[in-house]
Structures are given as structure tokens and as C-alpha cells.
Design a protein around this ligand. Structure first.
Ligand SMILES: C[S@@+](CC[C@H](N)C(=O)[O-])C[C@H]1O[C@@H](n2cnc3c(N)ncnc32)[C@H](O)[C@@H]1O
Length: 339
């Protein structure tokens, strides 16, 4: 994600998505078991700059304290990749009026992939992850284009296998960290459709970004080789793929899985006013860093500005005013067996 406060400023669609998991998270918090040092340990997997985590974490802290008393210590671990802008995250937790910060609630961060175990065995009381586990560990293999909907049949199979392995690895790591009876709530983008016909709901915008890249190649701003190397490792899973790792007798139980067709949060939030620029900034902060990571760092922000704030915003503004996205969310409540 783009740092420097940019993700926080332009991630209102993700904020709207997270809201749908808050009540489930609040309910899970009421029975969160106490871990090391007498604290309820809470982890936020894929936190980015943190603003969208504040509302769910505030709800969880309130629920933990309503159940266990106002003095109950709570230890919050925000986790993300090492290059995440953790400075913005710590400022957000310290200064945002919506912060969960209060006496006896402690903040820490882990800069390591959530496909590994991040906390000691049986230490976690409560986990949250919002709009993060559609990011694969790495680009699984070649793709005809930069967005998975352009995959050939063979490429689709390779990506689907990687998607299955990564979701299993994520859950295996969480199962080790969770205390018996602990719960994990995951809110994440899910696929419309099945197999190769799967769609994320962002294809119209991604097709326009592809046209923008072609324009940058034609103008000599990006080379053909640079464009060919661009791939976004995002994978939108089907119901069967989300359910697959939960087997009878396994450590984790999928207590709840529901899907919500959210439509286009940015259209709903803007009412169409300034929609093109809002979409361009949202895509730039969320996908720009991954798409353009192969470019020299000094060219990256200029290319991102041309591609998203320039081409994409102009293309959206030039077409009929209407929503461009169809967000589909999977909302999961997962428990660590206590027997
Ligand atoms: C779209 S942001 C979501 C941020 C926030 N949870 C929200 O709801 O707005 C996805 C975050 O997941 C992080 N992420 C992606 N892959 C990851 C991995 N393997 N390990 C940890 N974090 C990862 C990204 O760096 C990014 O900050």
C-alpha cells in the first residue's frame, strides 16, 4: 500500500467493508481468553496504516472490558509486511480521535508476513483481518496481463493452487498462535463466479488501467519489458476455496461464512460527485505500489500519477456516470477448538 498517510486517506471502501465484520468481532471479543501477562492479546493481520482498524479494535476493547472488567489489560499487535509504513500506523493509533488507545491497552507491531507464525504458541485471544488475505505470498507464476482474470487455463490452475496453499498456510500459522477458544474474524474480497470465470468485481477498472499502461508504453514512459513484468498477486477465492482447509477434527472451526454483495462503496460514499478522482486515488494507493514495484523508485510516483490520477480518472470521467465496481465480501468467524 502507498505510505505517508495516503492509504489512510483513500481507503474508505475498505473501511466500509470492515464495518460489516465489526459486530461479529465484538461478539468474539466477549469470550476472548486471557493470554500471557494476564492480557487479552489481539492481533490485526494486514493493518496497513491502521485507520481502518481503529473502529473494530475499539469495539473489541469495549467488549473485552465489558466482559472482564474495566482494568483488563489488552495488548494489540498490528501486523504487516516489513515495508509497511508503521510510522503512520503508530501516529494514527496515538492521535486519531477514533483510536482504541486508552490506559491499560498496549500497542505493538510485527513487520513480517502473515503467512508465517507471528506470535508465540497459544498466546492469541482474538484475531482480526480485513481486506488483506486476498494478497498472495508472492506472484505464483506468469500471467497474460497483470490481473488474475486475464489468466489462461493453465495459469489459472497455478494461481488457484497458490491461493489454496496460502490460505492454508495463513490458517495453520493462526491455529498455532491462538489459545483454545480464541476467535479470528476475517473480512476479505471474494470471487463472483467460479473457476476461470471468477471475477473480483474490479475488472472494468483494471481493464482501463491496462489501456493506460499501453498508452504509457506508446508514449515511451514505460518500456514493453517493464509493462510485461507487472503483475498484481491478488486472488479472489470462491466459497469452496474459503471452506477447503476446514476439515472435521481440525484445530480451527469455521463457525460462520457469509457473503455480502456490497456494490461500489466509493459510488455510494460520493454519490457520483468527484467519483473519478476518488476511484483513481483509491486504486493508486491500494494497487499502485504492487503494480509498479519493478520500476526505479524515482520514477514510480510519476508513473502512478500518470496512470491513475491521469489516465484512469480521465477515462472514468469521460464515460456515463455509474458505479464501476461490484465488491463481494466473505465474512468469516473462525474458532480455535477448546477441547
Ligand atoms: C488493502 S490493505 C488493508 C488494510 C486494512 N486492514 C484495511 O482494512 O483497510 C492490505 C494490507 O495487507 C498487507 N499484506 C499483504 N500481504 C501481506 C502479508 N503476506 N503479510 C502481512 N501483511 C500483508 C498489505 O501490506 C496491506 O497493508
Amino acid at each position: 500500500m502507498e505510505g505517508g498517510g495516503q492509504y489512510n486517506a483513500h481507503a474508505s471502501a475498505q473501511a466500509a467493508s470492515a464495518t460489516l465484520g465489526v459486530e461479529l468481532f465484538r461478539a468474539a471479543a466477549t469470550s476472548a481468553p486471557v493470554g500471557p501477562a494476564g492480557a487479552v492479546t489481539v492481533a490485526d493481520y494486514g493493518a496497513s496504516e491502521g485507520r481502518n482498524s481503529l473502529a473494530p479494535l475499539s469495539a473489541a476493547v469495549e467488549a473485552v472490558r465489558a466482559a472482564r472488567g474495566e482494568d483488563q489489560p489488552v495488548w494489540v499487535f498490528h501486523t504487516d509486511l516489513p515495508d509497511n509504513d508503521f510510522a503512520s500506523l503508530f501516529h494514527t493509533v496515538a492521535e486519531d480521535p477514533g483510536s482504541y488507545r486508552r490506559p491499560g491497552v498496549y500497542t505493538a507491531a510485527v513487520g513480517r508476513s502473515f503467512y508465517e507464525q507471528l506470535l508465540p504458541d497459544a498466546s492469541l485471544g482474538l484475531g482480526w483481518s480485513s481486506i488483506a488475505v486476498h494478497w498472495l505470498r508472492e506472484v505464483p507464476g506468469p500471467l497474460d496481463g497483470f490481473w488474475a482474470s486475464t489468466a489462461t487455463a493453465e495459469q489459472h490452475d497455478v494461481w488457484a493452487r497458490a491461493g489454496a496453499a496460502d490460505w492454508s498456510a495463513f490458517l495453520t500459522a493462526r491455529a498455532a498462535e491462538m489459545l483454545p477458544g480464541a476467535r479470528l474474524v476475517v473480512v476479505v474480497g471474494a470471487a463472483h463466479g467460479q473457476g476461470r470465470a471468477r471475477r473480483s468485481g474490479a475488472e472494468r477498472a483494471m481493464d482501463e488501467v491496462a489501456r493506460g499502461l499501453q498508452d504509457l508504453v506508446d508514449r515511451g514512459i514505460v518500456t514493453d519489458a517493464e509493462r510485461a513484468a507487472m503483475t498484481i498477486p491478488a486472488w479472489y477465492r470462491t466459497e469452496a476455496e474459503w471452506e477447503a482447509p476446514f476439515t472435521a477434527g481440525g484445530d480451527l472451526v469455521l463457525e460462520q461464512l457469509r457473503f455480502v454483495d456490497l456494490g461500489d462503496p466509493l459510488w455510494q460514499q460520493t454519490g457520483g460527485e468527484g467519483y473519478a478522482d476518488t476511484v483513481a486515488a483509491a486504486l493508486r494507493v491500494s494497487f499502485g505500489p504492487s503494480l509498479l514495484q519493478g520500476l526505479d523508485p524515482e520514477r514510480r510516483s510519476a508513473v502512478a500519477a500518470e496512470l491513475f490520477d491521469g489516465h484512469l480518472a480521465r477515462a472514468i470521467a469521460a464515460q456515463a456516470p455509474e458505479p464501476w465496481f461490484a465488491w463481494r465480501l466473505a465474512i468469516m468467524g473462525i474458532a480455535r477448538r477448546s477441547d
